[in-house]
Design a binder for this molecule. Sequence first.
Ligand code: NAD
Ligand code: UD1
Length: 336
Amino acid sequence: MAILITGGAGYIGSHAVLELLRGGFDVVVVDNLSNSHEAAIHRVAELAGKPVPFHKVDIRDRDALDRVFGTTPIEAVMHFAGLKAVGESVGQPLRYYDNNIFGTIVLLEVMKKHGVRTLVFSSSATVYGDPASVPITEDFPLSAVNPYGRSKLFIEDMLRDLCRAEPEWQIALLRYFNPSGADPSGRIGEDPNGIPNNLVPYIAQVAVGRLPELAVYGSDYPTRDGTGVRDYIHVVDLVLGHIKALEKLATRPGLVTYNLGTGRGYSVLEMVEAFGRAAGRPIKHRLAPRRPGDAAECWSDASRAERELGWRATRGLDEMCRDVWRWQSNNPKGYA
Ligand code: NAD
Ligand code: UD1
């Protein structure tokens, strides 16, 4: 029996496929390649020393998805497929609702048709909206501050409703904080389209000379150095958390929700320093106004995952920066 990975050619999905293969699981990947390259799949296969069954399928294409379920015995789904750019979601809300929400509905219906009722869902700390305090526990109030966040929150609500109505579903909602890092091989990593929105890929592109300098958004926050604080989690730790969640679902707990973070925050300037150490060169940066909508601090209380899954992040900041730098310096233009 295989684990179906939707969005398995993407940044986090490709790392999940690799760790699942390394852990002895069988996988099958679907991805429409709207934000990824098939090369990622080939590289994962090369690193794992095993072929990766891949179908170029859009999860909204019910017939195509149905054929994948019809030809491969699937026991569970890890659902990474989705659009994730906050700014883009503000300009194109319908595209985000169609892709993320409608795509998930089709996936759930096809799963149900084939008797597959175990799902690990990629949620986000964005469902906490603008948190009133830190660290953030899973019981904090939920809200959405943009269409991307609303799509994640709606999917979470939908999955809670589904589990209430049909108790045979086993679902894990995993709320990621700030995934970063790459497989230590330097063969796979984050390859954003165009100019990166997120801090670490931006810094990496400054370090490699693709971008001239980083704008530090806000230096007057009530934080230790005035810049924003976030919980950066190594992508390998993150995907190992998914495997622990899958093991948890095998005990039939119903619906479970976990923060996947490290439980500590770093400021933008601390990230600039750390990346500079990893790359062996200073990261050119300037202080700039705040980015609208940003919280001063966002970091997790990840103790529930530690208690209930026996999981915690073990990879530190320097290791994360070194791994990003290995990927970026070996692949200055990403997969292209
Ligand atoms: P990504 O864009 O690298 O990966 C998503 C993959 O899904 C891509 O390969 C894309 O081609 C595919 N995809 C999108 N729509 C699809 C569709 N309709 N049918 C089939 N494939 C489709 O993003 P990522 O960073 O790997 O994120 C994976 C998941 O984790 C997303 O759901 C994202 O919202 C969530 N998440 C990411 C972060 C982050 O900072 N990277 C944080 C929180 C949550
Ligand atoms: C992002 C997402 C959010 C998601 C969260 C966790 C955006 C706009 N928001 O937010 O929906 O829930 O990840 O996955 O994508 N920064 C700079 N200069 C830059 C880029 C960022 O100073 O060029 C700062 C930001 O102000 C922030 C920190 O770096 O303080 C991290 O930013 P980013 O990587 O975009 O992550 P989040 O803001 O946490």
